[in-house]
Unconditional design. Structure first.
Length: 238
């Protein structure tokens, strides 16, 4: 057998994901618009003052996702073929959007935000099950750690409690931020991501220093920098 053919056979046996990489790239590019509208909807449902803007954006999200979901429910990307209910799952975000819109129409912004969060976890679960290391999911992973740390800082009653947050969660928070670099789908925004990652690293270090010192007030102030770095990454077109 020709050496080049043998080489190709070995490559495909060792790296089966290469065969489906381009197809997943197309799926990812098609996902940018509807997922971007989802992220915008999530942001606008964080404050009651944005309810009218939120309604319009959620409607756009629903319409955009319906076309996207319909397309891929009939043409399942190869990485997701092992997920038996992928076709029904990829249609679900538009249903979630309609539920969130109903909550907004009823004036319940908090519920609408909580409902929309399900989209984040739905896609995260599917990509993890497919063995895909996604930037979106690494950012989501950090978000989970960040929320826990912020809750613990707010609940701290004295310097000892604040120091305990550092001792228990400081390294974890830093690690979760650095793990964002493990994602393999940074796309064309690599330089912007790098700058945001550097800013976040610095913010987290300053926050950890304040936590280590038991300074709650300074920790709360510095947490704003960390949240801003997270938001920069979260709202990028990926």
């Amino acid at each position: 057998m020709h050496r080049s053919i043998i080489f190709l056979m070995i490559c495909f046996s060792l790296f089966p994901s290469l065969a489906s990489a381009s197809e997943y790239d197309i799926f990812s590019k098609d996902l940018i618009k509807p997922y971007g509208l989802f992220k915008k909807s999530l942001g606008l449902t964080s404050k009651k003052e944005d309810i009218d803007k939120a309604k319009d954006t959620v409607k756009q999200f629903i319409g955009s996702w319906e076309g996207f979901g319909e397309k891929y429910s009939k043409d399942v990307p190869k990485p997701f073929l092992s997920i038996a209910d992928f076709s029904s799952r990829i249609l679900k975000p538009s249903i979630i959007g309609k539920e969130a819109l109903s909550s907004l129409e009823a004036g319940d912004v908090t519920k609408a935000h909580a409902v929309l969060e399900e989209v984040r976890y739905l896609l995260w679960d599917m990509r993890v099950r497919a063995g895909i290391v996604s930037l979106n999911d690494k950012i989501n992973d950090f978000h989970e750690a960040m929320e826990i740390v912020l809750e613990k800082i707010s609940a701290a009653k004295d310097p000892r409690d604040v120091k305990a947050v550092y001792e228990r969660y400081g390294a974890w928070l830093s690690i979760k931020w650095e793990e964002i670099l493990l994602a393999n789908d940074f796309g064309t925004e690599g330089k912007t991501y790098t700058e945001a990652l550097k800013e976040g690293r610095t913010s987290i270090q300053k926050l950890n220093d304040a936590l280590k010192a038991g300074d709650k007030d300074t920790s709360l102030k510095l947490s704003a920098g960390m949240k801003n770095s997270y938001k920069k990454l979260f709202f990028m077109p990926i």
